[in-house]
Design a protein around this ligand. Structure first.
Ligand SMILES: Cc1cc2nc3c(=O)[nH]c(=O)nc-3n(C[C@H](O)[C@H](O)[C@H](O)COP(=O)(O)O)c2cc1C
Length: 162
């Protein structure tokens, strides 16, 4: 049976699509910021492009539009606490990044030492679509840091493989 075209049914259906979990980071005017993101995808191999869908009301949206550069930190299976932290506005009250837990990439964005892999990108283009913007980034650096099982987001919960 089809469901009503409402936000709640849309969320419910989309929740059945399992995704990985990343922390998008940027530095704008000396301020480092991170945000949990699952709407991330590879976009092109030639040139190397990635895309992220960023809600326009977020701090991240404002900051990445200013910095024009960002990093994607792909979380491994032990990253649930980090994913929760970077999705919670309470983090804005204090420093978001702990000394020794990150280093700066060539994009100027903080890279989390606990991430499995990173991509750094310069903003190539943006497209406003509904309440989000699609941010396309041209990849300028990338690294697999460790081979870890992924953290998965599925039906509003964090899961691991198996
Ligand atoms: C698992 C998960 C995935 C998320 N994915 C996205 C996303 O792809 N894009 C987005 O704009 N917000 C996403 N969010 C919501 C933001 O992380 C959240 O609204 C955050 O507090 C916004 O940060 P900011 O306004 O401080 O930049 C996600 C949240 C969770 C828990």
């Amino acid at each position: 049976m089809t469901q009503p075209l409402e936000k709640s049914s849309f969320r419910h259906v989309m929740g059945h699509f399992a995704s990985g979990v990343t922390i998008m980071t940027t530095t704008a005017s000396g301020r480092m910021h991170g945000m949990t993101v699952s709407a991330f995808a590879s976009q092109s191999l030639d040139p190397l492009l990635i895309l992220v869908s960023v809600e326009r009301s977020t701090e991240m949206h404002k900051l990445v539009m200013a910095s024009r550069a960002f990093a994607i930190n792909i979380l491994g299976e032990h990253g649930e606490g980090t994913a929760r932290f970077f999705a919670d506005n309470a983090r804005l009250k204090g420093p978001e990044f702990v000394e020794g837990a990150y280093h700066l990439g060539v994009s100027g964005a903080p890279l989390l030492n606990e991430a499995s892999a990173y991509l750094e990108a310069i903003v190539d283009s943006t497209l406003e679509a509904g309440d989000h913007s699609i941010v396309v980034g041209r990849v300028i650096a990338l690294e697999v840091r460790r081979d870890a099982e992924p953290l998965i987001y599925y039906r509003s919960g964090y899961r691991r493989l198996g």
